[in-house]
Ligand binder design. Structure first.
Ligand SMILES: NC(=O)c1ccc[n+]([C@@H]2O[C@H](COP(=O)([O-])OP(=O)(O)OC[C@H]3O[C@@H](n4cnc5c(N)ncnc54)[C@H](OP(=O)(O)O)[C@@H]3O)[C@@H](O)[C@H]2O)c1
Length: 335
C-alpha cells in the first residue's frame, strides 16, 4: 500500500512529471501519483550496469531501462518509479523513549517501510540521528506538521505531555515529589489539541491508518495520574482517543500499562479492556514491546477499529508473543 515519496538522488532538473515538489526536507509527492524521473547515462557498449548499483542509495526506487546505440556509446535511459510495495509511516514523538524505538525498528525494516519521524525540536532530531526523514514540528501548531504528514500511509502517535518535577525535592527526606506542566504544554494542549491536530491533518491527507498509544487508567476520572500537575492527563488522552475512534480513519488505540525500559520480545503480551488489568499483577510492559505492537498493528487488519489495554506477563512466565495476528484477533472492543 506504500507510497515512496522521496527521490534522494534526483536533481531538480531531472524530475519530470508534476507529482513532485521540492521541500526543504526532501522531495514530497503532491498527490498519489508516484514520483518519476528519468535520466540518461552514457556507457561504453561493453558496459554492464547493475540495478543494485543504481538503486543503492534508496531501495525506494525501481529502475527500468531502455538502450539506444549512438556513436559507439549505448545511451541508457533510466526511469525510476516509486516502490508502491512499501508503506510510508510517520512516527510522531520520534524523539521520545518509545517513539525512538518505533522509528529505529521501521528503519531496520526498510524492505517494508519508509520511515519518517516528527520531533518537536532540532535537538530531538539530532538525538535520533538527524536524518532528512525527520521533520521538526509542534503538534500544537497544525501548519507545522503538515509537511511531515503529507504523503504518508500510516501515522503512529507517540506524543505526550511530559510532567516536570518541581525543583527542591530531596528523596532522602522522604515524601513525594511534586510535578507541574510548563505553560502551554498541559495535557489539554498536547494530548488533546495536539493529537486532534494530528488526526485532522492525517484525515485531510488521506492517511489510511492511525495507531495511537495512550495509557491504561482512563476509565477512572479520579486516577492519581490526573492530579499530577493538575493536568487531568488521562482525561485529555481519552478525549483524543474518542476523537480518533469517531474520525472514520482505521485506527488502533493501544492503552499501555506502566512502561519499562527493558528488552522486548521476551514476554507474553496480554490484552485487556476497561482497565481490568489494573486489578491484576499484570500491568506493566517494556517499551520495545509497545513499539513492536505499534508496527505489527500496521500489518494485520485484525488490529483495526480496535482499542485495548496492553501489558505483559513477567519474563519467564508464559510464552513470548510472536503471533500478533492471533493477539489482535482476541480483541473485541472498538473503544
Ligand atoms: N510512562 C509510562 O509509564 C506510560 C504508561 C502508559 C502509557 N504511556 C504513554 O505512552 C506514550 C509513550 O510514552 P514515552 O514515555 O515513551 O514518551 P516520552 O518519552 O514522554 O515522549 C513523549 C514525546 O512527545 C513529544 N512531544 C511533547 N510535546 C510535543 C509537541 N508539542 N509537539 C511535538 N512533540 C511533542 C516529546 O518531544 P520532546 O522530546 O521534544 O519533548 C517526546 O518526544 C505516551 O503517550 C505516554 O503517555 C506512558
Amino acid at each position: 500500500m506504500g507510497m515512496a515519496t522521496r527521490v534522494p538522488f534526483a536533481s531538480a532538473s531531472s524530475l519530470t512529471g508534476s507529482s513532485c515538489q521540492r521541500h526543504k526536507y526532501g522531495w514530497l509527492a503532491r498527490s498519489w501519483s508516484p514520483p518519476v524521473f528519468s535520466s540518461s547515462l552514457k556507457l561504453p557498449e561493453s558496459s554492464t550496469l547493475s540495478i543494485s548499483n543504481l538503486a543503492s542509495s534508496s531501495s525506494t526506487l525501481l529502475p527500468s531501462f531502455s538502450t539506444k546505440k549512438r556513436k559507439g556509446l549505448r545511451r541508457l535511459r533510466v526511469i525510476v518509479m516509486a516502490d508502491s510495495s512499501r508503506s510510508t509511516v510517520l512516527v510522531a514523538g520520534a524523539g521520545g523513549r518509545t517513539g525512538q524505538i518505533v522509528y529505529r525498528k521501521l528503519k531496520e525494516r526498510s524492505d517494508e517501510y519508509v520511515a519518517r519521524g516528527l520531533v518537536r525540536t532540532e535537538e530531538s532530531k539530532q538525538k535520533i540521528g538527524g536524518a532528512d526523514d525527520v521533520f521538526v514540528g509542534d503538534i500544537r501548531d497544525s501548519d507545522s506538521i503538515v509537511p511531515a504528514i503529507q504523503g504518508i500511509d500510516a501515522l503512529i502517535i507517540l506524543t505526550s505531555a511530559v510532567p516536570q518535577m518541581k525543583p527542591g525535592f530531596d528523596p532522602t527526606k522522604g515524601g513525594r515529589p511534586e510535578f507541574y506542566f510548563e505553560d502551554g504544554a498541559y495535557p489539554e494542549q498536547v494530548d488533546w489539541l495536539g493529537q486532534k491536530n494530528q488526526i485532522d491533518a492525517a484525515k485531510a491527507a488521506g492517511v489510511k491508518q492511525i495507531v495511537l498509544v495512550g495509557s491504561m487508567g482512563g476509565t477512572d476520572p479520579n486516577h492519581p495520574l490526573n492530579s499530577l500537575g493538575n493536568g487531568n492527563i488521562l482525561v485529555w488522552k481519552r478525549k483524543a482517543e474518542q476523537y480518533l475512534a469517531d474520525s472514520g480513519i482505521p485506527y488502533t488505540i493501544i492503552r499501555a500499562g506502566g512502561l519499562q525500559d527493558k528488552d522486548g520480545g521476551l514476554r507474553e503480551l496480554i490484552v485487556g479492556k476497561d482497565d481490568e488489568l489494573l486489578q491484576t499483577e499484570t500491568r506493566t510492559i517494556a517499551r520495545p514491546d509497545v513499539a513492536e505492537v505499534c508496527i505489527q498493528a500496521l500489518k494485520f487488519e485484525e488490529s483495526q477499529f480496535k482499542a485495548f489495554d496492553l501489558a505483559s506477563k513477567p519474563e519467564g512466565a508464559g510464552t513470548p508473543t510472536k503471533d500478533f495476528k492471533a493477539l489482535f484477533s482476541q480483541i473485541t472492543t472498538r473503544f
